[in-house]
Design a protein. Structure first.
Length: 315
């Protein structure tokens, strides 16, 4: 029980850190679009994210060799499972981020934040079809979080543009990505899975960019700061945190924690771009935080105690 609780706390920490990095990444993604096309930008940042992880993997392998230990995953799971997981997760990531990057060009930032984080509602719904049915308190948390995100991101205009529809498709694809990570991350080496998915996404993005966008080295020079943040932090760090964090977390709860990126994006806009928070936006932040706390702490703890008691009786 103690070990499970430690894993849960650690998973929560990594997912929260991923949400913080991604929230700030909205600024980097928006700025990056000033210098290059969406697929060229994504191709570079995913490649950079994969490259950053290569020395980490080498270091971890050396440590494993020195200790003369082979991880449980490497003993039980064939390499082809790792490759398959990387390809599947990478392709979903490529399509999802493509929709997001293009959608941001044709929609407002507030709507982009809300529509993208609709995956907090889609994930538990999709989870029903793979027998990942969340507890009733998670459903309540999802409903509360949706209200908070609405207050946080929507203002007067409630219409949906072409960009909004692209972002809605992006939210659905991010839901699939979360479920794919939930399936593969407990089976394989998390950092290696993350690295493979980045290179797969990068290759797909470059293939599209070659035929549809202008590609020059000068664009990289001009947009180097948002590229470095989006590549190293948003890809190399945050997506790896997601994979590590989801190993011991239910996908519905993971999606709630990751939805905090919308809150962080508003705060980042205030601190970096000087955008002020209205009372409505502040209320939305508080409601989302309350939803996440509800899903994480009280009711799940009680459920775990009941399950533990049942196991003891069965023994």
């Amino acid at each position: 029980m103690k070990k499970k609780e430690q894993h849960r706390i650690l998973g929560t920490f990594f997912l929260l850190m991923a949400a913080v990095v991604w929230g700030i990444a909205f600024v980097a993604q928006s700025e990056g679009m000033r210098y290059m096309g969406p697929f060229y930008f994504n191709g570079i940042r995913f490649a950079l994210g994969g490259i950053v992880l290569l020395p980490v993997i080498l270091l971890m392998d050396k440590i494993s060799i020195r200790k003369k230990e082979t991880s449980e995953n490497n003993r039980k799971v064939p390499p082809k499972v790792l490759l398959l997981g990387g390809i599947i997760c990478g392709f979903i990531l490529f399509v999802a981020n493509g929709f997001q990057q293009i959608g941001i060009m044709y929609s407002t930032v507030g709507k982009a934040g809300f529509i993208t984080t609709l995956y907090i509602i889609i994930v538990p719904i999709l989870g029903i079809f793979i027998r990942k049915i969340p507890a009733w308190n998670v459903w309540i948390s999802v409903f509360i979080a949706a209200i908070g995100l609405f207050l946080l991101c929507f203002k007067d205009d409630l219409s949906l543009s072409l960009g909004d529809l692209l972002l809605l498709a992006c939210a659905f694809l991010f839901s699939l990505h979360i479920l794919a990570i939930d399936y593969f991350s407990p089976k394989v080496h998390g950092v290696k899975l993350s690295c493979i998915q980045f290179f797969v996404s990068s290759i797909c993005c470059f293939l599209v960019a070659i035929f549809r966008e202008q590609i020059t080295f000068q664009q990289i020079q001009e947009g180097i700061i948002p590229i470095l943040y989006a590549g190293i932090m948003s890809c190399g760090v945050a997506y790896t945190f997601q994979i590590i964090g989801q190993k011991h977390m239910e996908p519905a709860i993971a999606s709630l924690l990751l939805s905090l990126e919308a809150v962080v994006s508003v705060i980042a806009g205030f601190l970096i771009l000087g955008q002020r928070l209205s009372p409505q936006e502040l209320s939305g932040c508080l409601i989302v935080f309350a939803a996440v706390i509800l899903a994480q702490l009280p009711l799940h703890k009680k459920t775990s105690q009941v399950e533990l008691a049942m196991e003891e009786e069965a023994a």
